[in-house]
Design a protein around this ligand. Structure first.
Ligand SMILES: Cc1cc2nc3c(=O)[nH]c(=O)nc-3n(C[C@H](O)[C@H](O)[C@H](O)COP(=O)(O)OP(=O)(O)OC[C@H]3O[C@@H](n4cnc5c(N)ncnc54)[C@H](O)[C@@H]3O)c2cc1C
Length: 482
């Protein structure tokens, strides 16, 4: 029997280190397919920013497949039904895909696999979205870790598989026509993506450019500079990893094998510090894999009793970057404009929402989900639960970030704030993170009218801190009474 394989593309829009595509191409004829089936993602269908990236990722991989003499067939609808139709129409007998690990997708994929096998199809799935499969690291008997340092130690005992070579040749046997990419309507009807277009090249090659730039220029000072949002000392690889345009194994391999780490111990340390961040990504998938309810509910059950406040007006002010705390507002505006926010600032704005405003972390996570280009269910869930204090290895609740001192420490000259909050552009450094303390003549000189050109703080830090700690005590009392 002729070997005709359908390869389903999902979050693996690349030709390098793509095990499903490479194995299928080595074995016989291939039909690469993307089926737009947001329902299979459950409550976490791609947000607005992610849809923009998805559109371009699809266009890119389609063009690259065409260069190899194949194409990407684009379809929409229920994956199982579309696949059965394609099998019927094209005579395919095998389906391959790279695994996804989000809870709803896992349930969907298990049913799909079963259904295809019952229909006489051969199905193979592969691991390629992480350095190691999420269940590979465990305490023994499959028990998961909840503490990062222990997970990291156990992770280091494993060998990360080498990435696979680029797919160079594909023979396809059918010219099925499918939909046009524009039929999926992934781009917004009212364009708001100019900022993203300016900052990002959402292609596999764009990912390589960022990786090369990072390794050559930024890695040597990664640990020193990664916490300063005005300096882009980090890699900004997150969206490429989220959409699978870069494989983490390839990033790992480049770093460990291609750089002169033996000759430069300093560089070795920096590479390890960067790889530690990639292991945080592994840990977040490990957690979501073992605790699938945590995308919506706290990992620590006591936090179910937390006295959150529903306040859509305050939530709105936060999303618009109008809180009156410059570092918070700068972060929220950077996010809206570019689809990205620096990690340090993510922690500050998230802490502000859940501790200063007492708004449920799930509402912040939902806003990030809609606006981040790197929206990733595992990382986003872990980031928010960590900040709220309800997650694994979370920040102790009493650690309440002071947005003024955080700003003064990590954006000393106010460069980041000036970039994203231009109405404070002329404020002297001394007051850039606390304009409400500036004397009248300073405000006048900087052309700032508090409450008019820039908001007054929506909460007082000291009072909000006390209220947050009281809420935490109340939660503990309620939880222990139940
Ligand atoms: C509230 C909150 C929400 C977040 N939501 C997301 C999200 O939706 N998607 C996402 O990819 N990251 C998320 N993060 C983690 C982190 O902020 C981003 O991964 C990082 O800012 C991406 O920038 P970078 O690629 O330059 O990171 P680098 O510092 O260059 O790190 C390299 C890679 O390591 C991984 N990584 C780095 N830090 C973390 C971390 N703390 N947790 C998990 N993985 C990490 C990412 O894949 C990143 O691309 C969130 C963090 C917080 C505090």
């Amino acid at each position: 029997m002729k070997k005709r394989t359908i390869v389903l593309f999902r979050r693996d829009f690349r030709l390098f280190d793509n095990p499903a595509l490479l194995t299928a191409a080595n074995r016989g004829a291939v039909l690469p397919v993307y089926i737009h089936d947001p329902a299979c993602e459950g409550d976490w269908q791609p947000g607005g920013a992610a849809k923009w990236w998805l559109h371009h990722a699809l266009a890119d991989v389609k063009a690259r497949l065409q260069q190899l003499g194949a194409d990407l067939l684009i379809e929409a609808g229920e994956t199982a039904a579309v696949l059965l139709r394609l099998v019927e129409e094209t005579g395919a007998n095998t389906v391959y895909w790279n695994r996804r690990y989000e809870p709803a997708v896992r349930i969907h994929d298990a049913k799909l696999e079963h259904m295809l096998q019952n229909a006489g199809m051969e199905v193979h799935t592969f691991d390629s979205h992480l350095l190691l499969a999420p269940e590979a690291v465990h305490k023994g008997k499959g028990e998961p870790y909840k503490v990062f340092s222990a997970y990291h130690k156990a992770f280091q005992k494993h060998t990360v598989p080498a990435p696979l070579p680029k797919v160079k040749q594909i023979s396809s046997w059918t010219a099925a026509s499918g939909l046009a990419l524009s039929d999926l309507q992934l781009l917004p009807a009212v364009p708001w993506t100019a900022g993203m277009e300016r900052v990002w090249t959402p292609t596999e090659a764009g990912g390589y450019e960022r990786l090369k730039l990072f390794l050559n220029r930024k890695l040597p000072r990664y640990s020193e500079l990664r916490d300063f949002p005005a300096i882009s000392g980090n890699s900004s690889l997150a969206p490429y990893l989220a959409f699978g345009q870069l494989s983490p194994r390839l990033v790992h391999h480049y770093m460990m094998r291609k750089l002169p780490l033996q000759e430069k111990p300093g560089l070795q340390q920096e590479a390890e510090s960067f790889l530690r961040q990639l292991v945080w990504r592994e840990f977040s998938y490990h957690l979501l894999f073992h605790f699938p309810h945590t995308a919506a509910e706290p990992l620590q059950p006591s936090f179910r009793a937390f006295p959150w406040r529903e306040d859509s007006a305050l939530l709105d002010v936060w999303t618009k970057g109008q809180t009156g705390y410059p570092i918070v507002d700068a972060g929220m505006r950077e996010l809206w404009e570019t689809g990205f926010m620096h990690n340090r600032v993510r922690m500050i704005v998230a802490s502000f929402l859940v501790k200063h405003l007492l708004i449920p972390w799930q509402q912040g996570a939902a806003w990030f989900w809609d606006t981040l280009l790197d929206a990733d269910l595992a990382n986003n869930t872990m980031g928010w639960q960590w900040t709220a204090g309800s997650g694994a290895d979370a920040a102790p609740y009493f650690r309440i970030f002071n947005p003024v001192t955080q700003g003064e420490k990590f954006d000393k000259e106010g460069e980041y704030v000036r970039r994203w909050v231009p109405e404070l552009g002329s404020m002297p450094c001394k007051y850039i993170h606390k304009p409400w303390e500036a004397p009248e003549h300073v405000l006048l000189q900087a052309d700032v009218a508090l409450g008019t050109t820039y908001p007054k703080p929506i909460v007082d830090h000291a009072a909000a801190r006390v209220r947050a700690l009281q809420a935490y005590e109340e939660m503990k009392r309620t939880a222990s009474a139940n």
